[in-house]
Design a protein around this ligand. Structure first.
Ligand code: FAD
Length: 405
């Protein structure tokens, strides 16, 4: 690959763009009792706030894209700049020092749907959607789970029936994050009910504004409603919006799921891990007068060690991603390591805070942890549950016998 710009020139260009369009980020210095004590994993926002956040994310994306920083590594023919991954890392490290609108609403579209369109989409889909996704003109969601198909995704029942150059889709999806502000969705449907379940699936890009698509909010126990049920009533999808082969949807789904585990486990999926900052946990123990308790000290040391091991394991997965290789089962280890560590934080704060975790005394830095504790199970389920990831690691990494079907 001939690189037309040196890293030094690129850095100057990026800094000039960031300085002209964003304010420097305030330096975060953690101190007990000062600033925000929020450690929640999932933001507890109203629908209006979520829609406004999505619009802000799109506005920033357009600005960055038009200046050449929207899709740094992507192929030129679809709107990318075709620069090596080191340029993306350089831009990310520079951008981290600026106060930029959260890009979390675009996380699923860029982290999971766009790589799948690039790998399996038709020319029509690649041309129409990749540039639009990276420029923030549109947002995408993931329409996989159904009321009776989560871990066992291949059991899904939403049907797609061919009708000339179109497919007619009818059924129900559930737990669709961000469907309420999405313009397109990646949907996996049953296209042949008469063959073995993994062989009768087909993937598509569906227009979320098409007639017959209905999005209904689902409220989660942390208060917000960032999930939805999505109903499809004879929704028409052109065949050029198909992803991969007819009945090849399982391969398409696996591409997306691998990218999902990469996005959650290795970072960048908008997962806030303030809760894993050791200084925050040490200060909590100190404030509660438990920093001399051997049980508390032991748990903290254990957590420190396992977060370091997770960081090092992630470097392995990152090296593979940066080398342009398809993420493998090691990403299941990254995601499992993250959720294991979050669970250890839950146990640590429960031990230290006791009843303050369930009764709000108004005291800074105490009850705020309850929202975190209620959010961890969600992350242990999203993108493959802990148990299912253990099965993947057992079978594909350790070579253990397959689970009986
Ligand atoms: C925060 C969050 C965001 C999400 N966003 C999306 C989204 O945008 N789009 C989307 O399509 N879906 C989304 N989901 C849904 C998610 O993919 C499913 O919840 C997940 O796949 C699990 O499916 P399920 O909820 O049906 O649980 P089940 O599959 O019914 O699992 C129930 C329990 O059984 C266990 N279990 C199941 N199978 C096995 C097995 N073979 N061996 C051992 N234990 C097993 C599980 O570990 C779990 O404890 C989201 C979920 C969450 C929590």
């Amino acid at each position: 690959m001939v690189v037309e710009i040196t890293e030094e020139q690129f850095k100057e260009e990026a800094l000039a763009f960031l300085q002209a369009n964003a304010k420097p980020a305030a330096k975060v210095h953690y101190e007990w009792g000062r600033g925000s004590d929020r450690v929640a994993l999932f933001a507890d926002k109203s629908r209006e706030e979520e829609l406004a956040e999505a619009e802000e994310a799109k506005a920033w994306a357009r600005l960055a894209f038009d200046a050449g920083f929207g899709w740094i590594t992507g192929p030129k023919q679809y709107g990318g700049r075709e620069l090596p991954p080191s340029y993306q890392r350089l831009y990310d490290s520079l951008a981290a020092d600026f106060d930029i609108p959260s890009q979390a609403p675009r996380g699923i579209g860029l982290g999971m749907v766009a790589p799948t369109i690039l790998a399996h989409g038709t020319e029509v889909a690649k041309t129409r959607y990749l540039r639009a996704l990276y420029r923030g003109d549109i947002i995408a969601c993931q329409l996989f789970s159904e009321p009776s198909a989560g871990s066992d995704l291949a059991s899904l029942q939403t049907k797609a029936v061919r009708d000339g150059d179109e497919w007619v889709v009818t059924g129900q999806k559930v737990w669709t994050s961000g469907a309420h502000y999405s313009d397109i969705g990646e949907i996996i449907c049953r296209s042949d009910p008469d063959v073995e379940k993994h062989r009768g699936l087909t993937g598509f890009i569906v227009d979320m504004h098409a007639p017959g698509v209905e999005v209904r909010p689902l409220r989660q126990m942390t208060g917000g409603a960032s999930f939805n049920e999505v109903f499809f009533d004879e929704v028409r999808i052109p065949d050029d919006h198909r992803l991969g082969e007819v009945n090849g949807g399982w391969t398409v789904a696996l591409t997306t799921l691998m990218n999902e585990r990469a996005a959650i486990g290795v970072g960048g999926a908008g997962v806030q891990v303030a809760a894993l900052e050791m200084v925050r946990l040490m200060e909590l123990a100190r404030h509660m007068g438990k920093d001399d308790d051997p049980m508390v000290r032991q748990r903290l040391a254990d957590l420190y060690i396992s977060t370091k091991i997770a960081d090092i394991t992630n470097l392995r997965a990152l090296a593979k991603l940066n080398a342009g290789q398809l993420p493998g089962p090691e990403l299941s280890i990254s995601k499992l390591a993250l959720t294991n560590n979050l669970q250890k934080v839950v146990e640590f704060v429960s031990l230290v805070l006791g009843s303050r975790l369930v009764a709000d005394t108004g005291e800074w830095g105490t009850y705020a942890w309850s929202e975190f504790v209620l959010g961890v199970p969600g992350l242990r389920v999203a993108g493959g549950t802990d148990e299912v990831l253990k099965n993947v690691i057992g079978e594909r990494v350790l070579g253990l016998p397959k689970e009986p079907s």
